[in-house]
Ligand binder design. Structure first.
Ligand SMILES: [Zn+2]
Length: 124
C-alpha cells in the first residue's frame, strides 16, 4: 500500500505504545529498544528509522530533573542518612530511565515517519 492510503494517526500515541507509525497495528520493536526490520501488519520498512541519540538525551534531561529534584527535596526536607539515597534513588533511577527509553524512542521514530524526516541529500 502506498504512503497516503493510511489515515493519519497520532505519532505520540502510536510511538508511546511501540506501534507502527503508519498503520498503528504492527509492532515497532523486536527487542527492548531494537527497531524491527518491518511492520508485521502493513509491511512498512523501518530502515528509515534512526532516532540516534534523541531518546537518550530526553531520558537524561527528564530523569535528571525528576531524580535530582527529588533527592534535593529529600535532603532539604529530612536530611536522611546516605543509605536512604541508595535504597530509594538507585532503583528509582533505573525504573525511570528504562521506563522512558522505549516510549521516547517510539515517539521519535513515529515523528520521524510523520514528518518524513531523513538525511539531507544533494539534488541531481
Ligand atoms: Zn504497520
Amino acid at each position: 500500500m502506498a504512503y497516503d492510503q493510511y489515515p493519519p494517526i497520532s505519532p505520540y500515541s502510536t510511538g508511546m505504545a511501540g506501534r507502527c507509525p503508519r498503520c498503528g497495528e504492527g509492532k515497532m520493536f523486536k527487542g527492548f529498544i531494537t527497531i524491527a526490520d518491518k511492520c508485521d501488519h502493513c509491511g512498512l520498512d523501518y530502515r528509515f528509522a534512526d532516532a540516534g541519540d534523541g531518546p537518550a538525551i530526553f531520558v537524561m534531561l527528564i530523569a535528571g530533573f525528576i531524580i535530582v529534584g527529588a533527592a534535593l527535596w529529600l535532603e532539604v526536607s529530612y536530611e536522611p542518612p546516605m543509605w536512604v539515597y541508595f535504597v530509594i534513588f538507585l532503583p528509582l533511577t533505573l525504573i525511570v530511565c528504562l521506563g522512558m527509553l522505549r516510549p521516547l524512542k517510539g515517539v521519535l521514530v513515529a515523528l520521524q515517519y510523520a514528518n518524513k524526516a531523513e538525511q539531507g541529500r544533494l539534488e541531481g
